[in-house]
Design a protein around this ligand. Structure first.
Ligand code: HEM
Length: 146
């Protein structure tokens, strides 16, 4: 039995991302980073990724390809403040799930490590990746854009 099944499958991950994005919607640093007026598509991408990561359906890979998460986050200004906000909202969402202590600790340990790995700048906003999101995305390979 996969971890995905053990914690209750899709409904559990759906609740996690729903609460998480409810919190993101009120965050004045994170909210502007998301391209869409509606956060639902972003919630769906995160849901599909987490499902696949924990042993559920591999829809994420079929629709989005290899995750390459560090690369996909490069356009965003992810400093320790953004990371801590992301983690705080995940903590809120995780607490609402009421998982067993072992499942909860396993998921939290992963989310913490992943969030730390996503930090891509220690500069203040305005230097390095921008906070405004993909509207102002910096090209991944500027040299090849010529
Ligand atoms: C540390 C702070 C983080 C910030 C500020 C952040 C922010 C963002 C933003 C702005 C997007 C673009 C919205 C979208 O198009 O989906 C995104 C996408 C995504 N993030 Fe994060 N993220 C963070 C950490 C993480 C972590 C730790 C994970 C995984 C555990 C993750 C998983 C994803 C996934 C799967 C996508 C969609 C990728 C795709 O298929 O395009 N993020 N994130």
């Amino acid at each position: 039995m996969s971890f995905y099944d053990e914690v209750g499958g899709r409904p559990t991950f759906e609740r996690l991302v729903t609460v998480f994005y409810r919190e993101v919607a009120t965050d004045d640093v994170l909210r502007p980073m998301y391209p869409e007026a509606d956060l639902a598509p972003a919630a769906d991408r995160l849901l599909l990724f987490l499902q696949q990561y924990w042993g559920g359906p591999s829809t994420y890979g079929e629709t989005r390809g290899h995750p390459r998460l560090r690369m996909r986050h490069r356009p965003f200004h992810i400093d320790p403040d953004a990371r801590d906000r992301w983690l705080r909202h995940m903590r809120t969402a995780l607490d609402e799930l009421d998982l067993s202590p072992l499942h909860e600790a396993t998921l939290w340990d992963y989310l913490e490590r992943a969030a730390h790995a996503m930090v891509n700048t220690f500069e203040p906003a305005g230097i390095g990746p921008r906070r405004e999101g993909p509207g102002t995305t910096i090209p991944l390979h500027p040299a090849s854009e010529a």
